[in-house]
Design a protein around this ligand. Structure first.
Ligand SMILES: [Zn+2]
Length: 105
C-alpha cells in the first residue's frame, strides 16, 4: 500500500486519509500497522464499489447518522465499523467476503 507523507493532507488533527487506495499522512507521523491494515480494508471496500461509489455511500451514511443518530457519526458508519473491527487481524483481507461492511457477520 502506497503511503505519501506530506505537510498538506489530511488537515491538521487527522493522522491519515485514504484517497483512491493511496494513504496520505502528515509528515512526522509513522503509521502503526493496524492503521495501515484499517486503510487496506477501506481500499477493499473502495474497489468493490468502484471508488466513487465508496465516497458517495460513505458521505450518504455519514449524513444519515448525523441526522438520525446521536453516536459519533464517523464511528457509526458501516465502512468504519468493519475497518475498526478487523484492523488488528492482518489476515482479514484474505477471507473477507464481498460487501462485508453490510453483512451481519
Ligand atoms: Zn476508517
Amino acid at each position: 500500500m502506497k503511503i505519501i507523507y506530506n505537510n498538506l493532507i489530511p488537515f491538521k488533527g487527522f493522522t491519515a486519509i485514504n484517497l483512491f487506495g493511496v494513504i496520505f499522512a502528515r509528515r512526522g507521523n509513522s503509521l502503526p500497522p493496524h492503521t495501515i491494515n484499517h486503510e487496506k480494508i477501506h481500499t477493499a471496500q473502495m474497489r468493490e464499489l468502484g471508488y466513487i461509489g465508496f465516497y458517495i455511500l460513505y458521505f450518504v451514511e455519514w449524513v444519515y447518522h448525523r441526522i438520525f443518530h446521536t453516536r459519533i457519526a464517523y464511528r457509526a458508519l458501516s465502512f468504519e465499523r468493519e475497518a475498526y473491527k478487523h484492523q488488528s487481524n492482518y489476515d482479514y483481507l484474505k477471507t473477507r467476503k464481498p460487501f462485508a461492511q453490510w453483512r451481519r457477520k
